[in-house]
Design a protein around this ligand. Sequence first.
Ligand SMILES: [Zn+2]
Length: 181
Amino acid sequence: MKTLQHLQTINHHKYLVMKECFKVGLYRQGLLHDLSKYSPTEFLVGCRYYQGNRSPNNAEREATGYSKAWLHHKGRNKHHYEYWIDYSVDPGEGIIGLKMPLQYVVEMFMDRIAASKTYQGDAYRDSHPLEYYEKGAGRLGKMIHPDTAGLLHELLKMLAEEGEEKTFRYIKRVLLKQKKY
Ligand SMILES: [Zn+2]
């Protein structure tokens, strides 16, 4: 059990996301981000399958066929697009990704920056979160709402091209003021 290492990893991640969220005025989300990682269901799995360079959920999935910790996590944390997957009101559509509220799209964006920083360390560049997203985006299909995917992609491109300071200023002064997208 890598209890201390896992605790350190989740504390550090929370701290990075908190700093980012505070910069754009999302104080409540900055404080509450990923709190369920401290619940026994998620915490004990994290300690048991601690990896250091990737999510312990991947290791749990390989070991048992599915990640109980992730299923618990995505059902409780609104900054994951997976939280918003549900039956469409149009019965012909089946299960789809619903449009996420704006403040959670921003938190998802911050989460990706923090995760890239953690896994890349000193090699981190503002273009890494965009590269990571573009590698996986084609596989998301109907699981993420097109407007949500579009906004996330725009923010990641702005980050890669203009940097953190300018992008965060845009989020705070323009995007979050308009309240919808
Ligand atoms: Zn999370």
